[in-house]
Design a protein around this ligand. Structure first.
Ligand SMILES: Nc1ncnc2c1ncn2[C@@H]1O[C@H](COP(=O)(O)OP(=O)(O)OP(=O)(O)O)[C@@H](O)[C@H]1O
Length: 304
């Protein structure tokens, strides 16, 4: 089969406008506005129940919004999917246990008018040694790789992955992301939901943080980290009162941690200067927040 020429359009890859989905009393997706440019690698992060999977279902045309719109390459999602422009790797389902891996991916390929050669896709997903194994006999991680191959086989412009590395060990996760990097180097657009914050930090250009159906932060991993003021200072400060420390320039919050104090800073340079000139501080350590801290701070109280 000939491979597709990647189409170029001026529109966004994905455009969600006022997107809303309710299940009874729960508003799973609550007025989400989001545009994803072509070639962007975007991580959708959020605690359990934040609305990530529902957003992905709406984006793939697997669920209908109660309000708002979704377009994928300027098309309604079901048409973009039918045209082979979107490859999806969902958390479960879609596999037939009696088929071999090769047959399963060939079947997925047959749904599209044009597709990539199946052996190439099997190799990309690390399945070339398993092509004759029945799907029902695969481990959880191997099944994930079959889903990945099925997502790639249509040669899609957009790849959507719902927690793609759940159940994979460290080595398999690394192999998965190496394969994904090779795919994104070709200019594909990627949206992935993950609970692994280190993956969002390492592999996404942009992090979209959701809580209770809404987007609460959107930017580079560095931007999301900076939203929770960036840095903390830990020090031993003999004779100091917490209220006094909290009042220093650049300090947002002061807490005791054992025999030391922990200062959460909006401007750690100013805070450090004040601490060293106005107090008896010693054993001073300054550290940047990891994405994990940013995530916890921004989504605190967000589960339901
Ligand atoms: N089919 C459904 N029927 C009823 N409620 C649903 C349904 N699907 C999702 N919900 C609810 O909508 C909210 C959002 O769920 P969703 O699965 O989108 O979150 P998520 O961010 O993907 O969570 P997780 O990380 O746990 O997969 C939750 O409160 C969930 O219970």
């Amino acid at each position: 089969m000939p491979q597709k020429t990647r189409k170029t359009t001026t529109a966004d890859a994905v455009r969600l406008t006022g997107l809303t989905k309710r299940f009874g009393a729960v508003t799973a997706v609550d007025g989400v506005d989001l545009g994803i440019d072509k070639g962007e690698v975007v991580a959708l992060l959020g605690p359990n129940g934040a609305g990530k999977s529902t957003t992905i279902d709406l984006l793939l045309g697997l669920a209908r919004p109660d309000a708002g719109t979704v377009t994928v390459y300027d098309l309604p999602p079901d048409r973009a999917v039918a045209a082979g422009r979107v490859g999806a790797m969902l958390q479960s389902g879609g596999l037939l246990p009696d088929l071999t891996v090769g047959e399963m991916v060939t079947l997925a390929a047959s749904l599209y008018r044009t597709h990539r050669p199946v052996p190439e896709v099997l190799e990309r997903a690390g399945l070339d040694d398993l092509s004759k194994r029945r799907v029902g006999r695969l481990s959880g991680g191997q099944r994930q790789r079959v889903r990945f191959a099925m997502a790639l086989v249509a040669d899609p412009d957009l790849i959507v992955l719902d927690e793609p590395t759940t159940g994979l060990d460290v080595e398999a996760r690394r192999a998965f992301w190496t394969a994904m990097r090779a795919e994104t180097a070709k200019g594909r657009t990627v949206l992935f939901a993950t609970h692994y914050l280190d993956e969002a930090d390492a592999y996404a250009d942009r992090v979209v943080l959701m809580r209770q159906g809404q987007v609460i932060a959107d930017g580079s991993p560095a931007h999301v980290k900076s939203l929770v003021s960036g840095r903390t200072i830990r020090a031993t400060v003999p004779g100091a009162h917490l209220a006094e420390l909290a009042g220093l320039p650049g300090v947002d919050r002061a807490e005791t941690r054992g025999s030391t104090v922990l200062l959460t800073c909006t401007d750690s340079d100013a805070a450090l200067r004040a601490l060293l000139t106005r107090t008896q501080a010693r054993d001073v350590e300054v550290s940047a927040h990891g994405l994990e801290d940013a995530f916890l701070a921004l989504t605190a109280g967000g589960t339901r």
